[in-house]
Every structure is written in C-alpha cells, then in structure tokens.
Design a protein around this ligand. Structure first.
Ligand code: GUN
Ligand code: FE
Length: 463
C-alpha cells in the first residue's frame, strides 16, 4: 500500500452506543497502512498536511467512510451449501449438510479453491474486511483457504477443524494423537505462508478450532488448551448453541459445554466462542472472568437455538461480543443482516419481558448504533485487534459507502427517497444521523464503493 490521503465524512463507534459522525476530516496513512493523521480538515495541522501530501482524494457529498465489518463466525466450506436444510435440528443438519459440504471440499482441492475465491469476493462486496473462519479437517484445504484470503487482501483467522469423534464415520480424524499433530502441523504451515512478508502484510493467522464438544475427546481438548498457551494461539469453538446439542453433551459427557471447555484450559482471553445461547447470567459472568469473547449469530440462533442469546446481559457483564453470520447455519453472508437480526431478536426479548413482568426501566433491546459497534469495534476487540475504529496509530481498515449522488439527485441502491429527503438540497453536504440510520436499515452492496484493509484497497469484483 502506498500513502493514502482522504478528505470527507467519517463515522465510527469508539464505544458501545456512541456513534461519532466526523464531518470534513482529513485522514492520511503511511506506507504500512497505518493512520498517521486524522483531524478536522480545517485544522492548521491538516492544512499543512494538505500542502505537503500527495494529492488528496476528496469524497463527494453523500459518501461516508466507516470501519469495515468483522465477521466473527463463518464456516468457509459451508458457503457451498448456503441456504439449505435449515428446518432440521442442529445435530441432524450438521450430519445431513455441514459435514457433507466439508468432506466434499476436502476431497476436491480445485473445488475448494473455487468456493473460497468466491467467498472472498462476496466478503469484500459485503463490506467484511476481517473474518474468523472455520475451515475443514484436511490440512491442504485449509492452506488453500489461508492462501486465497491472503491473496484477496482480507484479514483472516483460519481454523483447521479438530475432530476425533464424529457422527459421520468418513469425516473425522483417526485418533486423538493424529488430530493433535495435524493441528500443530497446520499452525506451522499457515504461519510459514506469510513468514517472509513484512509484519503489516501478514493478514492470515491460524486459530485452534476444536469444532465443538461433541466432536472432541477430553484428551484432545486438553492438549489443544496447552498448545494454545505454549504457541500463543487463538481458539474458536461453539458453546451452548442448541437444545439438542446441549442435551447431547450433558448425556454423553456428564457436564455442560462450559465446564468441559473450562477444565480443558480452552476459556482464555484468546478464545472466541460462538452462540452461547444457553448460558445464564452467572455463566456469562464466568465467561467475562475468563476474558473469553462471544460471537453472536442471531440468524443462525433463530433456526437452531430455541433460546435467544442474552446479549444485553452479556454486554452489561462486560463480555467482549461481536457478530457472526455463521454461514451456512445462517444463510446470509452480509453482516448488515446480522446487525439487523441482532436488533430484531433483542427487541422481541424486550417485548416479551415487558409483557411478562412489566417495565423495570432497563431494556434488553439494543439499537442500531449498538449493533454497528458490535459489527466493527466489538468484533475487532474480540480478536485482540486495534481496528474497528479510526485513530492515529491504528491500521486503516475501512469501507466507503455512497448514500446518495448529489449530481444525479438520487439515492443509491434502495435508498430511493434520498433525493427528496436530502440529496436534492444543498444541506445534503452534511450527512445526518437519520441518513446513516436509513442506510443501516436499507443499504446493501450497491452502496459500497471501496474497501481497504491495512490501507490497501481491495478489488470489489461482483460475480
Ligand atoms: N456446531 C458444531 N459445528 C457446527 C456448525 O458447523 N455450524 C453450527 N451452526 N454449529 C455447529
Ligand atoms: Fe457455527
């Protein structure tokens, strides 16, 4: 990446619920994609920069720069089977669809490359710049995934699945030892992919991925817990997701998911657990105590979980929370949909609480600005990243969205009435919170003009 200089309107959520709209700011990055200047364009320092810098891009009215999205939970191989069979309970769906999709890619590296390349394109198109991925069992397939993400310029955390138990005899590792060695080997090879690059260009990182308790023996889980500590590796898994899954673990293992993970040393500040819908408040308190983060996947939960995630309670406890699409347990790859579903589900929770118990002044509902925090800074924080927000010293990971076109006097994409409401008048030069809310509700890929990760511009190539 070269040096970027952009003048225009920026918006971000430095804290939960706090949306800052920064009109007419100047942002400059250095050669490594790190922000070195971020101030109102009228400031004297900005004026000096404007004189010295390479030509600055001035964004047209109606255009906004936001942090790009962080998808905290996505099954890359299941992208192939996106949108099928969601009427089944989780454990049956896994057996009928998920395991088959993954096994198919593990047997066909060319297909894997095709699926992963299309996935990368769709992620970019939908504004996702950072993604925490579940892969498949086979090393080669996961290395293809890591290579494709690195080549696409996406910040990707790649998990080779560890599973020494399976409901599908052809789709598992042959023993605990085999599984453990394969996890170690993938970590080494994935790190080697980027070892020769300067550190700011290293975009992919391996993550230990015991699939979930039902597919991992206690000895495998404990071994991975130790490996995470010695190798300083992130961990991802599924925790307390669905009724049939929770009951299965209780019957087979005589304990709850959380207990099993905890005694294996897998609840760490480097851990991201998906779902956690069946965790009560004391359990969320424990998750916070462990420093573990949660990937909230509201669309997938609506199909599989029976219980909604206690999102407000988790946030009140101080748990790190981000949003995940859970493709293909969730059928949409667009994190804007995850934000909308997170708000809808939380509003239904609040409504039913109020019907049952009346109002106690504290709402379980989150609003759109809080969901935007979860989709950006929340997810980045869960991954230990400094992105998701704009500031000097931080990598420039961003998306440019166009809400309306002032010269054509029309809204872009589904934002039909921006010309009447705003785009037609001179005061449209100021982007208001109402306009951004409208984009949050109705915007889509048509509004997205550019994407950057670590200051490098990504190609948005529609399929
Ligand atoms: N639990 C274990 N594996 C999976 C998976 O692939 N998808 C979902 N939603 N839950 C899981
Ligand atoms: Fe999942």
């Amino acid at each position: 990446p070269g040096v970027l200089c952009i003048r225009g309107t920026f918006a971000h959520t430095p804290h939960l619920g706090d949306l800052k709209i920064l009109q007419d700011y100047l942002l400059v990055t250095d050669m490594s994609g790190v922000i070195i200047h971020f101030q109102p364009a009228q400031n004297p320092e900005s004026q000096t920069v404007l004189q010295k810098s390479p030509p600055c891009v001035i964004l047209p009215s109606g255009t906004l720069i936001l942090p790009n999205f962080v998808d905290l939970h996505l099954h890359a191989a299941q992208f192939l089977y996106q949108g099928n069979g969601l009427d089944l309970p989780l454990m049956e769906w896994l057996n009928e669809y998920a395991f088959k999709a993954e096994e198919r890619l593990d047997g066909d590296p060319r297909l894997a490359r095709t699926v992963y390349t299309r996935l990368a394109r769709r992620l970019i198109e939908n504004g996702t710049g950072t993604v925490l991925l579940f892969g498949t069992i086979m090393e080669e397939t996961n290395l293809i995934l890591a290579e494709v993400m690195q080549a696409a310029g996406l910040r990707a955390f790649v998990g080779k699945l560890s599973m020494d138990i399976s409901s599908r005899p052809s789709y598992k590792e042959s023993s605990m030892e085999t599984s453990y060695q394969a996890a170690q080997s993938f970590v080494e090879k994935c790190r080697a992919l980027t070892a020769n690059l300067p550190s700011h260009e290293r975009l992919v990182e391996p993550v230990l991925t015991p699939r979930f308790v039902p597919t991992c023996s206690d000895s495998l889980l404990s071994a991975l817990g130790k490996l995470s500590t010695t190798e300083n590796l992130k961990i991802q898994s599924h925790l307390a997701e669905a009724l049939d899954q929770v009951e299965y673990v209780r019957n087979e293992r005589g304990a709850d998911d959380m207990e099993v993970f905890d005694r294996s040393g897998l609840l760490t500040p480097r851990t991201i657990q998906a779902h956690c819908t069946f965790l009560d408040v004391p359990s969320l308190e424990h998750i916070h105590f462990c420093g573990t983060a949660i990937a909230h996947c509201p669309l997938s939960n609506s199909y599989f979980s029976a219980e909604p995630f206690r999102l407000r309670e988790a946030l009140d406890e101080g748990v790190k929370v981000g949003l995940g699409t859970d493709v293909a347990g969730g059928y949409s790859l667009d994190l804007m949909n995850s934000m909308r579903h997170a708000v809808s589900v939380s509003r239904m929770r609040q409504g039913s609480k109020q019907l049952r118990a009346g109002s106690d002044g504290k709402s379980l509902a989150i609003d759109w600005k809080e969901s935007l925090y979860l989709a950006t800074k929340g997810g980045a924080t869960a991954l230990g990243l400094a992105t998701g927000v704009f500031g000097v010293g931080l990598p420039f990971d961003a998306q440019e969205v166009r809400l309306f076109d002032l010269s054509a006097r029309m809204g872009v994409g589904a934002l039909d009435f921006f010309d009447l409401e705003a785009g037609g008048s001179e005061n449209a030069k100021t982007l208001t919170i109402d306009m951004i809310e409208k984009w949050w509700c109705l915007g889509d890929a048509r509004n997205r003009v550019s994407m950057w990760v670590q200051g490098a511009k990504l190609d948005i190539f529609p399929l």
